[in-house]
Design a protein around this ligand. Structure first.
Ligand SMILES: [Fe+2]
Length: 231
């Protein structure tokens, strides 16, 4: 018999971050630097991506690493160092955004080119980093914690994210995952808010999907929620 797969605390958020970083890189790659409005919008997109990444580092440090260190001391050393390095990268990217905004029109193409290069490096580092976490940190978590305990760590992590940051994450997460995970994310949200507030959020995230995806999501959300297994 196949062993039951273990709960992967990184799966959904890392898919969202891969998508967001790739889209941001694309936005800078296709930027019309002669257009002030486009430059302002693109820089705003980069800054939002950086805020998301900063928040993610903080969540992992405070909740995932703390849990790992509690039962497997020293197990987060390598990644903790990489997180410090990523904080520095984020500061450099912020400066590159300032430099692009401050540039004379004739210098904008070069500044946008540098921002693209720095984002590409950051994306590459993060792809390697996230895969390492999925392989090695999950192995530590799975050896030290049950799935119920990992879900409790995740619930505490999510509860600590301020609402403005949650609002940034949802539009990254929903389009980046299959319908079954979209439903889990949205049902979790629906349970904790008035129906009219949820309706607004649902409409805005559904607008990020194509027609077929939206249809499948609507149908899955209309289906009754699966019953919890009773022990
Ligand atoms: Fe990380």
């Amino acid at each position: 018999m196949q062993p039951q797969p273990r709960y992967d605390i990184y799966e959904v958020i890392h898919k969202a971050l891969r998508a967001r970083l790739s889209q941001t890189l694309t936005s800078i790659g296709k930027l019309d630097v002669e257009d002030d409005y486009c430059v302002g919008e693109a820089v705003e997109e980069v800054r939002t991506t950086l805020a998301i990444m900063r928040g993610h580092l903080q969540s992992e440090n405070e909740f995932v690493h703390a849990a790992m260190e509690a039962r497997a001391p020293g197990s987060t050393r390598q990644v903790a160092g990489e997180h410090e390095h990523h904080e520095e990268d984020i500061a450099v990217l912020d400066d590159a955004c300032d430099a692009l905004l401050a540039a004379a029109p004739s210098a904008r193409a070069a500044r946008a080119g540098r921002l693209y290069f720095l984002l590409e490096l950051f994306l590459r580092d993060n792809l390697t980093h996230m895969r390492y976490e999925e392989d090695h940190h999950n192995a530590v978590l799975w050896a030290a914690y049950s799935d119920e305990e990992i879900l409790a760590i995740e619930a505490a992590l999510v509860a600590a994210i301020p609402p403005q940051k949650k609002a940034l994450l949802l539009p990254c997460m929903v389009p980046a995952v299959p319908t079954r995970d979209r439903v889990k994310l949205l049902r979790g949200l629906q349970a904790g808010m008035p129906p009219e507030v949820f309706a607004g959020i649902y409409a805005s995230v559904a607008s990020l999907l194509d027609a077929g995806e939206r249809q499948r999501l609507d149908a899955a959300m209309r289906a009754p929620a699966p019953l919890q297994a009773v022990a």
